[in-house]
Design a protein around this ligand. Structure first.
Ligand code: HXC
Length: 263
């Protein structure tokens, strides 16, 4: 995992990263650990966590894996309790657990729409709410919500995920205002398509990947490391006066997505 940050940027911090066993959030977990942060990762499935927690521990930090579903408040309470008892507290929460699939709204059942909203939006609320007392006790608490760019456009087949991510962006702003007085910063990072992730493998066709590369002003998809570096910035003291912001990290892709002039 390569990063532009000096080692020790997050030394002494303790982070919980939901969805941290795979994809972008695994990359964030590894980058944070390489920066000296103790890290807990959670997921619904232990098999998604075990290989990553071994990689984290090999970086010399305290690391733990906690199985739990962000949709279930009892699970969430247990995840927070295990994290705090294992790491000794909580300074950083990354809300990364997400679910997605491609389906047009007309083919989506109420439960299909609701499932993604439950995981992404309500899960972000559930975990943030349960983490609050510990983030407050930290005195330098940070929440980072993983957003997207789908909701900035009329993304076909993504009514559920786009609505959920729009809700997350709103939550980022509200919690930043409500919790600023507790010394807690709340921000988001909004990746476009990221190479090597399950989301892109499952949701983006080979043809669409070529279109993305051709359309993107910076000429390619993001790497996981680039999203991890943006996340590190927002969770570190470098962003100590930044709150309520969702930082788009997509090489300018979404700005270019409406080419109505055909140029
Ligand atoms: C239509 C679907 C569907 C599909 C599921 N459903 N897949 N509807 N098209 N392809 C419907 C089901 O029919 C059901 O509704 C409801 O959704 C719940 O499905 P379950 O399988 O029971 O849910 P669950 O087991 O909880 O799984 C959640 C999931 C699943 C979101 C549906 O895909 C999942 O867990 N995925 C793994 C996590 C993941 O996707 N990570 C990548 C996120 S990528 P009914 O009415 O039949 O009961 C990301 C960014 C993407 O977030 C950015 C890309 C550029």
């Amino acid at each position: 995992m390569t990063t532009v940050f000096a080692t020790g940027v997050l030394a002494g911090r303790r982070a919980l990263i939901t969805g941290g066993g795979t994809g972008i959030c695994r990359g964030i977990a590894l980058a944070f650990a390489a920066a000296g942060c103790d890290v807990a990762i959670s997921s619904r499935r232990a098999e998604h966590l075990d290989p990553t927690v071994a990689e984290l521990a090999a970086l010399g930090v305290r690391a733990c894996a906690v199985v739990g579903d962000v949709r279930k408040p009892d699970d969430v309470d247990a995840v927070i309790a295990t994290t705090v008892s294992t790491l000794g507290g909580l300074d950083i929460l990354v809300n990364g657990a997400a679910g997605n699939f491609v389906a047009r709204a007309e083919d989506l059942s109420p439960n299909g729409f609701g499932t993604v909203v439950d995981i992404d939006l309500k899960g972000t609320f559930n975990v943030s709410r349960a983490a609050l007392p510990h983030l407050r006790a930290s005195g330098r608490g940070v929440v980072l919500n993983i957003s997207a760019t789908l909701q900035l456009l009329g993304t076909i087949g993504q009514s559920h995920a786009a609505a959920a991510k729009a809700g997350i962006d709103s939550l980022t702003r509200t919690l930043a205002v409500e919790w600023g007085g507790y010394g807690i910063r709340v921000n988001g990072v909004a990746p476009g398509p990221v190479d090597g992730t399950e989301g892109v493998r499952r949701l983006v066709s080979a043809e669409a990947r070529q279109v993305i590369a051709a359309q993107c002003p910076l000429g390619r998809m993001a790497t996981i490391e680039e999203i991890a570096d943006a996340s590190m910035f927002l969770c570190s003291d470098a962003a100590r006066f930044v709150t309520g912001v969702t930082l788009v990290v997509d090489g300018g892709l979404w700005l270019r997505s409406s080419s109505t002039l055909g140029i």
